[in-house]
Design a protein around this ligand. Structure first.
Ligand code: NDP
Length: 386
């Protein structure tokens, strides 16, 4: 019987919701590209419930315990000596979400001799040292597509919030004020601007599709070109890499995974090539940008705004400079953890566990590392140590 160690974020400060804002979720049966939604044999929770925090347990407890497995759920993951570290020593499966990542470093993997499966209940498995997982023959899987649209919606919200100066204007109202000039002195229309995405995978392409009706000029860069029909439909301009794209853009959104090719991509040098007063939105991973270079670019006015929900490390320390830098619209890491997304990634996690326990193949699109190499989506979208 397996020990399953699940690291989830803390419950709401006021306790689990007694009632939800809405009754249920819209019906869906497929993702936009036709991929099947997660299809576990059964679901032991009510769709739309809070599943990603400790008491939600991703809806897994009765499924696992019925089969005699042990489920340990904790939010205590740092520093060494945490509950996570104590249970890792004999865990076979580790599950965590990128919002509250269980950082599985090479050192931690070395201290987990029984570890065979690491599941990201979400998308983005960079919190696991993939090279160490490859070396140890550990399978790494994530719930591909589960929250890509959730993030794309968040990106569009953040672009509009920054360009229209929404957050400071809302604060004026909350503070009892009415100074219109204070609100509009930094407010523009998005219409006519040049917007580019670094990566046009599931999220990046969904952002482009959602922005097309705003009558903007759309740009993208990716390791692979989109089909010509899509480029024509959306009027896309392709660029060979981010360096070629960003000088042409008023708004840049980052939608690539964090891996050796993208780590530290947005440094002082790249930011200096952007248009003065550009906006940068990063919902991909905090380490794709240089933390202090972003602060400098906002302070100098090179960037007119920065927003996103991804930080390093997570949770971000109270004195993280992004909390206090000018003209930012940061949130904690929430874009992919809507109640809608939680239902999908809880179901996807269960589907992966069902396959693992039954000894049947995990869906190829869920795989990041398998059989000692990058596999499935991992082989397409990530890179390993050279
Ligand atoms: P996809 O796998 O669909 O897309 C990733 C895209 O990035 C692929 O098209 C890939 O190219 C491209 N890519 C990889 N490396 C580069 C590079 N060096 N330059 C340009 N493009 C590159 O994933 P999603 O769109 O669903 O998610 C993307 C990322 O967003 C995740 O990996 C995760 O880090 C982040 N994310 C954040 C969430 C949040 O809550 N904030 C939630 C979900 C995801 P190709 O495959 O063509 O080689």
């Amino acid at each position: 019987m397996a020990k399953v160690l699940c690291v989830l974020y803390d419950d709401p400060t006021g306790g689990m919701p007694a009632r939800y804002a809405r009754d249920g979720l819209p019906a869906m049966d497929r993702y936009p590209d036709g991929q099947r939604l997660p299809t576990p044999e059964a679901t032991d929770f009510t769709p739309g419930e809070l599943l990603g925090s400790v008491s939600g347990e991703l809806g897994l407890r009765s499924f696992l315990e019925r089969q005699g497995h042990e489920l340990v759920v904790t939010s205590d993951k740092e520093p060494p000596g945490s509950e996570f570290d104590r249970h890792l020593a004999d865990a076979e499966i580790v599950i965590s979400q990128p919002f509250w990542p269980a950082y599985l470093t090479a050192e931690r993997i070395a201290n987990a001799p029984n570890l065979k499966l690491v599941v990201t209940a979400g998308i983005g498995s960079d919190h696991t040292d993939l090279d160490a997982a490859i070396d140890r023959g550990i399978t790494v899987a994530e719930v591909t597509y589960c929250n890509s649209i959730s993030v794309a919606e968040h990106v569009v919200m953040m672009i509009l919030s920054l360009v229209r100066n929404y957050l400071p204007s809302h604060q004026v109202v909350r503070d009892g004020g009415w100074n219109i000039a204070d609100c509009v002195a930094r407010s523009y229309d998005l219409e006519g601007m040049h917007v580019g995405t670094v990566a046009a995978g599931r999220i990046g392409l969904a952002v482009l599709r959602r922005l097309a009706p705003f009558d903007v000029h759309l740009h993208y860069t990716d390791r692979r070109r989109l089909p010509e029909s899509v480029e024509q439909e959306l009027g896309l301009t392709f660029h060979a890499d981010a360096r070629a794209m960003v000088p042409n853009c008023d708004v840049v959104t980052i939608n690539a995974p964090l891996h050796p090719e993208t780590q530290g991509l947005f440094d002082d040098d790249l930011l200096a090539t952007m248009r003065r007063g550009a906006y940068l939105i990063n919902t991909a991973r905090g380490l794709i940008v240089d933390r202090d270079a972003i602060v400098r670019a906002l302070e100098s006015g090179q960037l007119a705004g920065y927003a996103g929900d991804v930080w390093y490390p997570q949770p971000a320390p109270a004195d993280h400079p992004w909390r206090t830098m000018p003209n930012h619209g940061m949130t904690p890491h929430i874009s992919g953890s809507t109640l809608s997304a939680q239902t999908r990634y809880a179901n996807g996690t269960r589907e992966i566990l069902e396959s693992y326990f039954a000894g049947t193949p995990i869906r190829d699109e869920y795989l990041i590392v398998d059989g000692g190499k990058l596999a499935g989506t991992g082989a397409k979208s990530y890179s390993a140590r050279s």
